[in-house]
Design a protein around this ligand. Structure first.
Ligand code: FAD
Ligand code: SF4
Length: 521
């Protein structure tokens, strides 16, 4: 193992560049490796933790998983050059790579398709400047290669998830019985909208967590020193950092939470960060876990009668459908996707997104949990933090920067389409057929948050008016022209016609004051 940054190894045929979210040993990068002539190259780059502020838990997860991966590679007899954070002076991967290409002069650099356009472009530019050919390999981790997504998308007027998902189900023969969808339907969404009622979720199965081992503890200390001002805390850090832990986390989910995953997918309960969710996104995105294994395990549980079709189909839809679909969209629309701002939103992100310090109970809970753990489940992301930013009219780029910074599973290919497309409608409906706009009544129905809040979800005006409700009506009024004539959205906008003009005016005045107050805070 080579960690000395000034050390020059023997001549290098191929430099095999591994990024922090490419930690799978079965990667195509390692096909035909010649241990004596090829050099695996990994770099812990401070810029990756600072180009947007990165939650401490996110940085720890990436660095710890990378260090564990280094151990696996060296044990397998591969030649590894690992630039640890505290052992080199380069700010970014590009600068570190440029210096090494200069010294090592490899015949070529090989790289699996990165998860971020910016990084891909930077690496390509470094290789071009050094005159070293760059070979970019398709990422075999995913079930839909990018050229296949492009063929699927070609000539379609709309790129809808539902069409893509059914195509993927048939193509990969997942949950299919003699050519028909298992359970008799493609979609069980109507069974998957339960709430916990007034009595709450009761005793929840605690998800399997992983106490930080020596490697993780060392990284935690390093991150606390190097990135002392970074957001978020490490007290709850228990994410899987190795494939064995990721597999154990999958088994734990299948055995204890999958059966109830479907019905309670959309529910929220204060102080319960995980409910029946899988907690597998970070392990999947770092490639510690193969999505095929997650899908196969869920389908096997259904076939064995251990989980109902509505839960298993719901889980498969997320991984075989959404996860692959958003990746296809990202690479189709980059560069340029990050600049989209279809609703012309320019409000600053409220300061409490970085601290959770607000008296809006639902946001205090959702943001507080992200600050503490780097995790929020999908409905918190979409219908609490995302919804508030949408209704307030926050500039999409700022919302994107927050989601990329604050979640342990954030990698741009998956974060950006979810944030800019699904949650903020910034891509003008490419991903979501209509904006996910709702009032405080939605949060009241799906959670217990409003019971302990000083605001009232039914009120749009006055001291106790719920900000979601005020901003919801204001949102409808602001975007009336754009949406009221469209068949998919007209129904929601028709509600606006029932409001008295004077009442709407009062709501809009309250919304403007709220916007000013949050911008000044
Ligand atoms: P579960 O709810 O248990 O779902 C199981 C798995 O399905 C997840 O592990 C994930 O791999 C996959 N999945 C579920 N929903 C989606 C989705 N919409 N897109 C892609 N994959 C999905 N997911 C990320 O992995 N990284 C992100 O940075 C990210 N940012 C998001 C930002 C916003 C605004 C929104 C609305 C969603 C975002 N998601 C992101 C998608 C989703 O919220 C997370 O994947 C999920 O909450 C992770 O928790 P879990 O593993 O417990 O997932
Ligand atoms: Fe959130 Fe409004 Fe409910 Fe308070 S009343 S918890 S702000 S939705």
């Amino acid at each position: 193992m080579t960690t000395d940054p000034t050390h020059t190894p023997a001549p290098v045929r191929r430099l095999l560049l591994v990024l922090g979210d490419q930690l799978n040993r079965d990667s195509r990068l390692f096909d035909d490796t010649e241990p004596d002539r090829d050099l695996v190259w990994l770099c812990e780059a401070p810029a990756e933790a600072t180009h947007v502020p990165s939650h401490k838990a996110r940085t720890v997860l990436f660095l710890s998983a990378m260090r564990h991966f280094r151990e696996r590679l060296t044990k397998a007899g591969l030649r590894v050059r690992y630039l640890a954070l505290d052992a080199h002076e380069h700010p970014g991967i590009d600068a570190a790579l440029a210096a090494d290409l200069d010294r090592l002069q490899p015949d070529e650099v090989c790289l699996v398709q990165p998860g971020e356009h910016r990084l891909h472009a930077a690496i390509a530019a470094v290789c071009a400047r050094a005159g070293v050919p760059l070979r970019v390999l398709e990422d075999g981790h995913f079930l839909c290669p990018l050229p296949d997504f492009a063929s699927w998308a070609e000539g379609r007027k709309e790129l809808r998830l539902e069409h893509f998902y059914r195509w993927m189900r048939k193509r990969h023969d997942v949950l299919m019985d003699d050519g028909a969808p298992a359970g008799g339907a493609w979609n069980f969404d109507k069974d998957n909208r339960k709430t916990f009622g007034k009595q709450g979720p009761g005793l929840l199965p605690a998800p399997l967590g992983f106490a930080p081992d020596a490697v993780t503890q060392e990284v935690m200390q390093l991150v606390e020193e190097r990135f002392a001002d970074a957001p978020g805390g490490l007290d709850h850090f228990d994410w899987p950092v190795t494939p064995a832990q990721a597999q154990a986390a999958l088994t734990d989910f299948i055995d204890h939470r999958l059966a109830a995953f479907g019905p309670y997918q959309d529910a929220i309960w204060t102080g319960e960060p995980y409910l029946y969710h899988a907690r597998l996104s970070a392990a999947l995105n770092l490639k510690l876990l193969d999505p095929r294994d997650a899908i196969d395990a869920a389908v096997a549980a259904y076939r064995a009668g251990r989980a109902p079709i509505a839960s298993v189909e719901g889980f498969v839809r997320q991984i075989l459908g959404w996860r692959e679909y958003v990746r296809g969209i990202y690479w189709q629309r980059m560069p340029g996707y990050l600049e989209r701002n279809a609703l012309d939103a320019h409000q600053p992100l409220p300061a409490f997104y970085w601290s959770g310090d607000t008296d809006y109970a639902c946001l205090a809970d959702a943001v507080g949990q992200v600050v503490a753990r780097g995790y929020g489940h999908h409905i918190q992301r979409l219908m609490v933090t995302g919804l508030f930013a949408l209704l307030l009219g926050v500039e999409p780029k700022q919302v994107h920067a927050w989601y990329l910074a604050m979640f342990v599973d954030a990698v741009e290919w998956v974060e950006a389409p979810n944030t800019l497309g699904m949650s903020q409608f910034a891509d003008d409906g490419l991903l979501a057929s209509k904006p996910y706009a709702a009032s405080g009544a939605y949060i009241q129905r799906m959670s217990n948050c409003c019971a302990d809040c000083r605001y009232d979800p039914k009120q749009a005006v006055g001291e106790t008016a719920c900000p979601f409700t005020t901003l919801f009506w204001d949102f409808l009024a602001r975007h009336r022209e754009r949406f009221s004539g469209h068949p998919r959205t007209a129904l929601m906008w028709r509600n606006l016609e029932r409001l008295e003009p004077a009442r709407l005016q009062a709501i809009r005045t309250q919304a403007a004051a709220l916007r000013d107050a949050l911008a000044a805070a």
